[in-house]
Each structure stands twice: as C-alpha cells, then as structure tokens.
Design a protein around this ligand. Structure first.
Ligand code: ADP
Ligand code: MG
Length: 457
C-alpha cells in the first residue's frame, strides 16, 4: 500500500496548487494498516484531518482504486488531537499581515470562499458540449489572461444553463494562478443592497461611500451575477458605471452574467449597456441531448453513484433544458434507489420521475397556438411559406415569444417554424423587440398572449 500511497501523493501534487499541497500534505505520514485495502495516513492535527477528509478523500480513494483495480478506503488518524492546525509554511502575500489568529494558511477553497466563489463551481466540473463550447473557451481565455483580453466578458443565456458556474470557474482559476488577486464575486442583488445601504435612512454617509469606493475601485477582478436585476435601478447603475470607468482603463477584469444579451436589456442606462457589450459577449445555449447525458453521468460520479447509461439517457430525454432541474431529477432517482434499497434501473427512474416534466411548461407549440388564435390565423400557417402580411407578422411574433419564453435555441425555433433558418428567427426577434419598445399597442398584445400562455399551464 505504501507504493500506492506514493503514487496517489504524486498525483495530488500534480493536481493541487503548491500553496495548498505543501501545508496540507507536507506532513502527512503513511503507516501500513493491519487490514488490507486501507490507506492509513496520520496527520498532525484535527483540522488537518477534517480538511483532507472533506476536500480530498474522494479523490484519494478514486485514484487508489484506479491504481489497484479494486476499492480502497482512506483512514486518517490524528497524531496530536489537542493541537490546532499546524502547518509548515504560511501562504505568501497579504495573509501574512493578518492578525495572529487569522494567520493560518489559507487553502485555495478558503480564499475562493472569501472572494464570494462557490468551491464546487470549477472548470474541472464543467462539462463541455456544443451548447457551451464557445462560452467555455472564452471563459478559459479570460481566466488565463485576466484583464488583457475580452473585457468585460458578458455571459448570457437562459435560466439554469451554467452561466453562474462558468463565471465562478473563471474566478477560481484566476485565484489558483494568483491567490493574491483582489477578486470579488457578487450577485447583482447583493450589489444593489450594498448601494442602497449607502444611503440608509435617506442620508448618504461620506464615510460609507469612501469605503465602498475603496473596496470596488481597488479590485483586480469583479464578477457580477445576473445583472438583469439592475433594471430600473438608476442609482445602482450609476455606481456600477463609475466602477467600470475606474477598473477598465486599468485592465482589471470584469465578468458579468445576464439572462439576455446586453442590447435587449430595457430600463438600463444606455452608457452602461454599451459598456456591457464593449468586450466579448458569449451565449450559453440550452444543452443538447449528449451534453445533458454527460452532465448527469458526471454529477452522479461526483456523488459516488454509478448511473447506468440508459438511465442517464432516460432522464436527459425527459428534461430537456434547465440543468438545475436535470440535477433535481437525478437526485430524485438516487434518493428513490436509496430509500427503497433498489439498484438504479430505468424502471426505478421512471417511477422517480413521475410528475417531473421540467421547464417545458411553455412549449413552442403552445406559443404557436395562442398566437395563431390571437391573430385569427391557422396554426398550420406557423409552418407554412405564406407571406401574406398578417400571417408573416403573427409568425414573427410567435418566433419572438418562443425566444423569450422557452429555452430553445434560434436553430431549434427555426426548425419548429417550418424549417426556417436561425437568421430568419433572429431577424424576427430583433424586429419585434424593437417594435415592442416603441409601440404601446403591440406591447399590450404581447402581454395578453404571454398571460394567456402562463395561465395555460
Ligand atoms: P445559471 O446561472 O445559468 O442559471 P448555473 O450556473 O447556476 O445556471 O447552473 C445550474 C446548475 O447546473 C449548477 O448546479 C451547475 O453546476 C450545473 N451546470 C450547468 N452547466 C453545467 C455544465 N456544463 N457542466 C456541469 N454542470 C453544469
Ligand atoms: Mg445563475
């Protein structure tokens, strides 16, 4: 087992940043266990043991199993249980100037958490497919050259498609490459709250504003999630605009996520919209079938569950857009298997998925039907080549609504409208978006159809 441990350790050394590896694994000692198939290691302190168990137990066991070709368990003993964390080398940089009790070296997870990042959302756990390939490679580029290319990076797409995950992954990589980066990842809602609190009680406090400005203007990287929530928030938008003006000229990286592309945001300061779009905008499209299945297999593996391929396919067929819902469905299946102590089979999955249908709440077919009824045309005309003005107009409206209310890509929408190409759909979406902003009557009509669709389900 000693040789196995040596190989595992070498693997960890290659995959974990040195500033994490040295303090946490530098003093780990191996002991032969009396039982077979056990890697027994001793560590200096309880925090050590907790950290390794929480962060690396699974990796260690998986790697050992891969080397041995059978299941191997990790056993951790603590040499001196009364000791606090005893780490050989503290982290370089600002951590050294902290008060004594905070001086304990920070793992990359701790640093990331302090910056507002979730530790599970990394590039390693982000599965690549057609729907996110471009967004992912742009994100990787930004992570490798923060502030130098694509600034700001604007990631947009529907709900639950991986925008937040990708943005956190960039933040994580920036910190892994340089743990001293002054990075902040914040949701737009929290940002709004911070701005609102500057004028608590109706009065601005200079001191608070100073503090706020210092915090944001000295950042090396600012990541804001769901910027669409800043809509109608004039004051907050102004503050954000000022932060952009401070950071961008200094090549400090800004990354934003949004549920739509920048030009489509309404009730936004025009200058801010133009800043949003001034770097690189990338979209994440709804995941295609293969990607959905691959994500399911990976999520199951992360939980240590063996998911048969046919069950992954079954779930991926049932839920066809939102990945968060896909995960929810997977968890229902796993839970059912645990509760009934049964293996995960297609039959069990079908039982678990009863009643779960996903966001397909509003379908393109519903939209075509409602719109056709509203304009008194035949549903068949949604697919037909007829170019009569009112038919073509109703079709464009339905295409626009399909883009707005479903998670379908332009290509899929085109396909559902009699095999039209994505450029035709894009043209319709842009045209109706523009008209809606200028034409009260159209806006009202669209509201009616939208209400109709929402009540339908
Ligand atoms: P969004 O911000 O677009 O609403 P999230 O980033 O929160 O979506 O993603 C929803 C869930 O789906 C998260 O748990 C995330 O980890 C997962 N997810 C999304 N895309 C992927 C992917 N490509 N690989 C692995 N997990 C993904
Ligand atoms: Mg999100």
């Amino acid at each position: 087992m000693r040789e196995v441990w040596k190989s595992v350790l070498a693997f960890l050394k290659n995959t974990i940043p040195e500033e994490v590896f040295v303090p946490w694994f530098g003093k780990v000692e191996f002991t032969e266990d009396s039982e077979p198939d056990i890697i027994n290691i001793s560590v200096p302190s309880v925090p050590h043991s907790k950290f390794i168990k929480a962060q690396y137990e699974k990796d260690i066991e998986e790697k050992a199993a891969e080397i041995c070709g059978r299941e191997i368990k990790l056993k951790i003993t603590v040499k001196d249980p009364n000791k606090g964390a005893m780490i050989s080398e503290p982290l370089p940089g600002p951590a050294n100037t902290l008060p004594e009790e905070e001086k304990a070296p920070k793992s990359i997870d701790e640093i990331a958490t302090k910056c507002g990042l979730h530790s599970g959302l990394t590039f390693d756990t982000f599965v690549i497919g057609n729907a996110n390939r471009v967004a992912r490679s742009s994100a990787m580029l930004v992570a490798e050259f923060p502030g130098e290319r694509c600034n700001p990076l604007f990631i947009y797409g529907g709900v639950g498609l991986g925008k937040t995950h990708l943005m956190h992954a960039v933040g994580r990589k920036i910190l892994e490459d340089n743990p001293n980066t002054n990075l902040l990842c914040i949701s737009a809602n929290r940002f709004i709250n911070e701005v609102v609190s500057l004028s608590a009680g109706g009065r601005y406090s200079d001191e608070k504003i100073q503090k706020f400005d210092n915090k944001y203007r000295n950042l090396d990287a600012l990541l804001i999630d769901d910027v669409q929530f800043l809509c109608k928030r004039g004051g907050t938008q102004q503050r954000l605009f000022n932060i952009f003006e401070a950071l961008l000229p200094k090549n400090k990286q800004i990354i934003l996520t949004c549920d739509t592309y920048a030009r489509q945001l309404s009730d936004f300061d025009e200058r801010l919209i133009s800043r949003f779009g001034a770097g690189l905008s990338v979209s994440i499209e709804p995941a295609e079938f293969e990607l959905r299945a691959a994500i399911l297999l990976q999520k199951a593996k992360q939980q240590g569950v063996k998911l048969p391929l046919e069950v992954a396919y079954l779930i991926a067929t049932r839920l066809n857009t939102n990945i968060r819902e896909l995960e929810g469905a997977l968890n229902s299946v796993i839970m059912r298997a645990e509760v009934f102590k049964k293996p995960i089979t297609e039959e069990l999955a079908k039982e678990a998925l009863q009643g779960i249908t996903g966001t397909g709440r509003i379908s393109i077919e519903n939209i075509q039907q409602s719109t056709a009824e509203h304009f008194s045309i035949k549903i068949a005309d949604m697919h037909s080549k007829r170019r009569v003005a009112n038919v073509a107009y109703a079709r464009q409206i339905a295409m626009y609504l399909a883009k707005e209310l479903t998670q379908k890509s332009l290509i899929e929408i085109g396909y559902a409208f009699g095999g039209r190409d994505h450029a035709t759909v894009l043209y319709a979406v842009k045209k109706i978006t523009k008209e809606r902003a200028q034409n009260q009557e159209l806006n009202h009509t669209l509201h009616l159809i939208e209400q109709d669709l929402k009540n339908w389900n």
